[in-house]
Write a protein that binds this ligand. Structure first.
Ligand SMILES: *[C@@H]1O[C@H](CO)[C@@H](O)[C@H](O)[C@H]1NC(C)=O
Ligand SMILES: *[C@@H]1O[C@H](CO)[C@@H](O)[C@H](O)[C@H]1NC(C)=O
Ligand SMILES: *[C@@H]1O[C@H](CO)[C@@H](O)[C@H](O)[C@H]1NC(C)=O
Ligand SMILES: *[C@@H]1O[C@H](CO)[C@@H](O)[C@H](O)[C@H]1NC(C)=O
Ligand SMILES: *[C@@H]1O[C@H](CO)[C@@H](O)[C@H](O)[C@H]1NC(C)=O
Ligand SMILES: *[C@@H]1O[C@H](CO)[C@@H](O)[C@H](O)[C@H]1NC(C)=O
Ligand SMILES: *[C@@H]1O[C@H](CO)[C@@H](O)[C@H](O)[C@H]1NC(C)=O
Ligand SMILES: *[C@@H]1O[C@H](CO)[C@@H](O)[C@H](O)[C@H]1NC(C)=O
Ligand SMILES: *[C@@H]1O[C@H](CO)[C@@H](O)[C@H](O)[C@H]1NC(C)=O
Length: 649
C-alpha cells in the first residue's frame, strides 16, 4: 500500500520538477587557453508562465544576482556584454527550445569561474538559476600523478585534455619517454554531463635511476599553433640502493679519523654508524661523518653504516685498524733457581701490527724470534752460565719495548783452575778459588796434621775474599827452618769448598816457580825477605789432573832448585814486615796478609833453600788485578771495597 503511495509521490515530484525553474549545466567544465568552450545548457520554467514577447536569456559571470552587476557574458536582448567577453560569446542553443548552450571563443585564464544563466520570459518572469557551470581555463594539461611513486612498482601517469571546443580536437603526446623502460601508452575518452575529456595513460616500471627525471605531457590542436605542455619531475621512492663508506683504513693510536658514509635513497635515510651493537651517531641525511679523536686500540674493529628510509635498509662495513707500538711486555718475575732446573719463561705483549718477540740474555740473542702474542723461552736444565738478565724485546714498525727478569742460578761449588799451592821464599802459599751460588765457603785441611783451617785463629794466616759468586781462600804456611830433602814429608793441603748444594774437597797441586823467574826475583830483591808468588799459565785443574799431578814431590823433583818448607816459629817479638805487590793472573784485588808464627814442629820440612830461612813474621800485601770471574759479574771497581785485613793477635 505505502509503496504505491511513494510511487505516486515521486511521480508528482518529477512532474512538479519539470514544470519548475530548473537548469541543467555541467557542474565543471574545462578548456585550454586560447581555445573555445561550449557550455551545454537546458532550462525549464514553470508551466504556468506564458512568455511575453519571446524567451530571452542572460549569462552572468561570477555572481547570480543582477543587482550586484556581475559581468554579462551574453545577453540575447542586446549585444551589450562585458568588455572581456566582447566578440567572444555566442549562444548556440535555441532558447525557445529551452536550449541555453553557450560558446565562448578565445578564452583566457581570466575567464575561469562560475557561469550563471538567467531566463527572461518577459515582465517580472525573470529568474537566475542558482546552479552554475564552473569553467576552468587551463594553460597546461593536468597530469594525474600518484601520491607516492615507489621504485620497481608499476606506475600509471594520466594526462588530460578537455575536449569541449567543437572546432578543435586535442591530441596528447608524452615527452621525454625515451629513457623509460618499455613505456606503454593508452588513450581514453571520457564523456560526462555533456563534457568530454581526452586522456592518455603512460604505464611503466620506474627505477631508482629515474628519480628526479623529467616527464612531459603535450596537448596540441592539429592545424593550429596551440600547444600546451606540462612537465613533471619524478619523485621515485626507493630503498637505500648504495651505502658508500671509506675503504678500510689504518690509523695511529692517538690520531683522529673521519669516517664518511653516504647513502643513496629516496627519501633520505636515517643513517647511523654502528660499532658492534653500539650506535655511535645518526642523522637523517644523505651523508654523515663520524669523527673519532684520540683513537685507542679498543676502537679497532668493524664499523657499519646502516641506511634505513622505511622502504628498506642497507649497510656497508669497513675495518678500522689502530696501529700502536708494542706495550711493555709481561714477563715472569725474577727468580732464583737451582742448577739443573728446567724453566719456561713467558713473554707477552700487545702491539699493532703484531710485534715480534725476541729473548736476549745479557744482551745476546737466545731462542728464536717469534711473531706470536706469546713467546716462551724454554731453558732445559739450567747451568750456572744461565744466570743473568733475560730481556724480552717486542718490536714493530712503530716502536719497541722490553722487560727483563733476572735469573739467579744456585749451584754447588766448582773449584777454579787458579787453585794451587806455590812455593815462595818463606814457605808455601796456597790459593783456593771456587765459584758457587750461594758463594762457597772455603776451608783448608792439612791431613798430615789433621787440622782444618777456616779462620785466622792465631796460628795461621787465613784469608778469604768473596767477589760475586767467586770465593778465594788463601793460607800461607811458613817454613820452620829445618832443611829437608826433596824426598822428605810432603806438604799436603786440601781445599774444601761447600755451600748448601754440595761440598768438594781436593788436594791442591804444589807448583814450582820457573828457575829464571826465581833468579830474577832473588837477584833483584836480593836478601830482602819477600814473599813472591807468580802463578804460571792457567791450566784447568780437573780431577784427573789432580790425581796425576797432585803429588808435590814429583814437582819438587822435576823443577825444584831450592824448595823448602818450614813451620813457622811462634815468636811474636821478631816481627818483620815486608810489603809485596804481585800481579796474580791479572786480577786486581788487594789484600794485606799479616802472618803469625805457627806452632813449633807442626810441619815436617819438605824441601829447603839455604839462607832463605826466616824466623820472623812477615807481612805481605797481595794485589790481584782484574779478578777473572767465571760469572763476569764482578766489576773492576771492586778494588778497595773488598780490601780485607787479617791481623795477627
Ligand atoms: C542544444 O543546442 C546545441 C547546439 O545547437 C545542440 O548541439 C544540442 O544538442 C542541443 N541540446 C538539446 C538538448 O537539444
Ligand atoms: C588539418 O588540415 C589538413 C589539411 O590542411 C587536413 O587534411 C586535416 O584533416 C586537418 N586535420 C584536422 C584534425 O582538422
Ligand atoms: C673518508 O672519505 C672522506 C671523503 O672522501 C675523506 O674526507 C676522509 O678523509 C676519508 N677518511 C678516511 C679515514 O679515509
Ligand atoms: C652531505 O650532506 C650535506 C647535507 O646533509 C650536503 O650538504 C652535502 O652536499 C652532502 N655531501 C655529499 C658529498 O653528498
Ligand atoms: C647488515 O646487513 C646484513 C644483511 O645484508 C644483515 O645480516 C646485518 O645484520 C646488517 N647489519 C647491521 C648492523 O644492520
Ligand atoms: C712464567 O709465567 C707463566 C705464566 O705467567 C707461567 O706459566 C710459567 O710457569 C712461569 N714460568 C716460571 C719459570 O715461573
Ligand atoms: C736485574 O739485575 C740488574 C743488575 O744485576 C738490575 O739492575 C736489574 O734491576 C735487575 N732486574 C730485575 C727485573 O730485577
Ligand atoms: C783428627 O782430629 C779430630 C778432632 O779434631 C779427631 O776426631 C780425629 O779422630 C782425628 N783424625 C785422625 C785421623 O787423627
Ligand atoms: C770454622 O769451622 C768451625 C767448625 O766447623 C765453625 O764453628 C766456625 O764457625 C768456622 N769459622 C768460620 C769463620 O767459618
Amino acid at each position: 500500500m505505502w509503496c504505491l503511495e511513494l510511487l505516486l509521490t515521486l511521480l508528482l515530484i518529477i512532474n512538479d520538477a519539470s514544470s519548475q525553474w530548473n537548469v541543467w549545466v555541467p557542474r565543471d567544465i574545462s578548456a585550454m587557453t586560447n581555445s573555445c568552450v561550449v557550455i551545454p545548457c537546458t532550462f525549464m520554467y514553470p508551466s504556468g508562465i506564458r512568455p511575453y514577447r519571446g524567451i530571452h536569456g542572460i549569462w552572468y559571470f561570477g555572481q547570480p544576482y543582477p543587482q550586484l552587476f556581475p559581468p554579462v557574458v551574453f545577453k540575447s536582448r542586446t549585444d551589450v556584454v562585458h568588455e572581456s567577453y566582447k566578440g567572444r560569446t555566442k549562444l548556440l542553443g535555441d532558447l525557445h527550445q529551452r536550449n541555453c548552450t553557450l560558446l565562448i571563443n578565445n578564452i583566457g585564464t581570466e575567464h575561469s569561474g562560475r557561469y550563471y544563466f538567467r531566463a527572461d520570459l518577459g515582465g517580472a518572469n525573470m529568474y537566475t538559476y542558482p546552479d552554475f557551470a564552473e569553467l576552468k581555463v587551463l594553460d597546461q594539461p593536468n597530469i594525474d600523478v600518484p601520491e607516492e611513486i615507489v621504485s620497481d612498482e608499476n606506475l600509471e601517469l594520466t594526462c588530460y585534455a578537455p575536449d569541449n571546443c567543437p572546432d578543435m580536437t586535442p591530441e596528447i603526446q608524452w615527452m621525454y619517454t625515451d629513457y623509460l623502460p618499455d613505456p606503454e601508452f593508452s588513450s581514453d575518452y571520457l564523456e560526462e554531463s555533456n563534457t568530454a575529456v581526452l586522456s592518455s595513460t603512460l604505464t611503466f616500471v620506474p627505477r631508482p635511476m629515474h628519480n628526479g627525471q623529467l616527464l612531459g605531457c603535450r596537448v596540441y590542436y592539429p592545424n593550429t599553433t596551440l600547444v600546451y605542455e606540462r612537465l613533471i619531475s619524478l619523485d621515485i621512492k626507493y630503498a637505500p640502493r648504495s651505502v658508500w663508506v671509506n675503504v678500510s683504513s689504518e690509523v695511529m693510536e692517538g690520531s683522529s679519523v673521519m669516517l664518511h658514509c653516504e647513502v643513496d635513497s629516496n627519501p633520505p635515510s636515517r643513517i647511523s654508524w654502528m660499532f658492534g651493537d653500539q650506535e655511535l651517531l645518526w642523522d637523517t641525511a644523505s651523508n654523515i661523518s663520524l669523527s673519532l679523536d684520540d683513537v685507542t686500540p679498543a676502537q679497532e674493529g668493524i664499523y657499519t653504516c646502516v641506511g634505513d628510509n622505511g622502504y628498506g635498509m642497507m649497510n656497508t662495513s669497513l675495518y678500522l685498524a689502530v696501529k700502536y707500538p708494542p706495550r711493555e711486555p709481561l714477563v715472569n718475575n725474577s727468580m732464583t733457581v737451582q742448577e739443573g732446573t728446567s724453566l719456561a719463561l713467558h713473554c707477552s705483549t700487545q702491539g699493532s701490527p703484531a710485534p715480534t718477540l725476541t729473548w736476549l740474555k745479557d744482551g745476546e740473542l737466545v731462542g728464536t724470534i717469534t711473531a706470536d702474542e706469546l713467546s716462551v723461552l724454554e731453558i732445559m736444565e739450567i747451568t750456572p752460565q744461565g744466570d743473568g738478565q733475560y730481556r724480552c724485546l717486542a718490536e714493530n714498525e712503530h716502536g719497541r719495548a722490553s722487560s727483563s727478569l733476572n735469573i739467579t742460578v744456585e749451584y754447588a761449588p766448582v773449584l777454579l783452575e787458579e787453585s794451587k799451592c806455590t812455593v815462595v821464599r818463606e814457605g808455601v802459599q796456597c790459593v783456593c778459588m771456587a765459584t758457587g751460588n750461594p758463594e762457597p765457603t772455603i776451608e783448608f785441611y792439612l791431613p798430615d796434621l789433621n787440622i782444618t783451617i777456616n779462620e785466622t785463629d792465631g796460628r795461621y794466616n787465613f784469608y778469604t775474599h768473596t767477589d760475586g759468586h767467586t770465593s778465594t781462600g788463601m793460607i800461607k804456611l811458613r817454613e820452620k827452618g829445618e832443611r829437608v830433602d826433596n824426598g822428605g814429608p810432603a806438604v799436603n793441603v786440601h781445599c774444601s769448598i761447600y755451600n748448601m748444594y754440595g761440598r768438594e774437597s781436593v788436594l791442591l797441586e804444589l807448583q814450582q816457580e820457573k828457575k829464571y823467574m826465581m833468579a830474577v826475583i832473588v837477584g833483584t830483591i836480593g836478601g830482602v825477605a819477600v814473599i813472591a808468588f807468580i802463578i804460571a799459565a792457567v791450566r784447568y785443574v780437573g780431577h784427573n789432573n789432580k790425581k796425576e799431578n797432585g803429588n808435590p814431590r814429583q814437582d819438587v823433583v822435576l823443577e825444584n832448585p831450592a824448595l823448602y818448607y818450614s813451620a813457622v816459629k811462634k815468636d811474636k817479638q821478631n816481627l818483620r814486615k815486608k810489603v809485596l805487590k804481585t800481579e796474580l793472573l791479572g786480577s786486581k784485588f788487594n789484600s794485606i796478609l799479616e802472618e803469625t808464627t805457627g806452632e813449633d814442629g807442626d810441619y815436617q820440612p819438605v824441601g829447603s833453600m839455604a839462607g832463605l830461612e826466616r824466623q820472623e813474621l812477615n807481612y805481605a800485601a797481595l794485589e790481584f788485578i782484574g779478578a777473572r770471574s767465571r760469572e763476569g759479574a764482578s766489576g773492576r771497581g771492586d778494588d778497595g771495597s773488598n780490601y780485607t785485613e787479617i791481623k795477627a793477635k
